[in-house]
Design a protein around this ligand. Sequence first.
Ligand code: AMP
Ligand code: MG
Length: 484
Amino acid sequence: MKFSNTYACLDEVFFEKNRPTPVLDPQLFLWNSSLAEQLMIPNELKHDSVALAQAFSGNHILPGSEPIATAYAGHQFGHFAHQLGDGRAHLLGEVFDQFGQRWDIQLKGSGRTSFSRGGDGRCAVGPAVREFIMSEAMKALGVPTTRCLAVVTTGEPVFRETPLPGAIVTRVASSHLRIGTFQFFAARGDHQALKTLCDYTIERHYPELQEEGPNPYVLFVDKVIERLIRLVVEWMRVGFIHGVMNTDNTSLSGETIDYGPCAMMGSYDPQTVYSSIDTLGRYAFGNQPEIAQWNIARFAECLLPLINADTNKAIDQVGPIITEFPDRFRKVYMEMMGKKLGLTSFQQEDQKLLFSVLDRLKERSIDYTITFDLLTKSLMSEVATSQMKNELKECFDRWQKRINEQQATSQEVQELMRQHNPVVIPRNHHLEAVIQECEQTGKVTLAEKFIQVLRSPYEELAQTSQYQDPPSDGDEDYQTFCGT
Ligand code: AMP
Ligand code: MG
């Protein structure tokens, strides 16, 4: 692998040079061969599982890699922590893929760093498998996300409530720049570092802003908003609940990052929360847009001194685009929901139809994914039609009438709906069963079968039907954990 290390070339305030702590007995557990192809992992490495386990546990540092732990701060559940940073992760460097795109290669669970505080720097196999499966599912669903190249078991236990088998996950991201990275320097009043960080981020993710003269910072916030809106709208489309939308888990590239306590919503309810630590429901499904706005406001605050030396003037300049966020979000969200309903163009009055469908789902605890899948099928199937008529009652008739009034053919509507409505999602109960099997037996058979189905979320394969059922208990007692 050919590493470049542009982040490690920045000033040392941005990171600490730190090598992974070797592990006892690294074994390759999950391997993402299509991502390996894309990243052009050399053949001699790709076909040698011992060498892969050595490399992606951090026991062997690949030539050209300069491992670092990056510095960041962040608001966690609304409270500012001025120093977080990679406490259990090492950025090995960056590589280019076959399309010329640059990716960060990061090990997570690879040992302590100076950012570890009380933590052990390690990760258990369960959360590593969760991140691998969920990110692969999200990628296939078309949601922007970081990826996983590998999960390597360490042969060492990690001690949580009970001893668990340890693992290291290799995360591939278009970068690990987060809102928290900017907050780290803003909180220290280090404007020079902030400016360097902005220049670096703009070059990496928003190169079009380089043409914007010496003060592109308001536009920078605007561009980040655009990506974040797209991301959260996509989460809402598939029923994804991130679970820990802290500013340190909000990526500047607009990718889903950090799959710790995430979950999928089954029956539709904006208040759905599964994270055991989110007792107030701050990161509930339906709060995600508002939290995105809150996070972006924290980002804009960091940039104020760069926008204008006069803070009041800076606020006047950037404030309006923060205030506009809800309207902007709503527009993209409505268009997306319109497509889920098969509407080629979403009109103002379609909101009523949409809300009445969603209200019905909420009132009767009806499954979100199954409903939109059946609505799609109802265009061709009488069975699905009568099922939906039964579930949605007069909402269904209104929907049918609206669909039939459109210019589009039934096939066009069906295609549009199919593109926006998955037939299968990584349901919590199936994911948990797979994780448990990995933990208890050390076998990946079930995980691989599940991943294969999740890689075709818009198409029913022979085995898809095994994973479409909603949980028998409605996920009533389901809880997720940060997994740290
Ligand atoms: P997360 O909940 O994964 O977003 O992590 C929040 C912060 O806690 C980050 O600074 C992590 O590096 C740190 N952290 C989480 N787990 C551990 C661990 N096992 N050892 C050291 N630091 C950790
Ligand atoms: Mg994190």
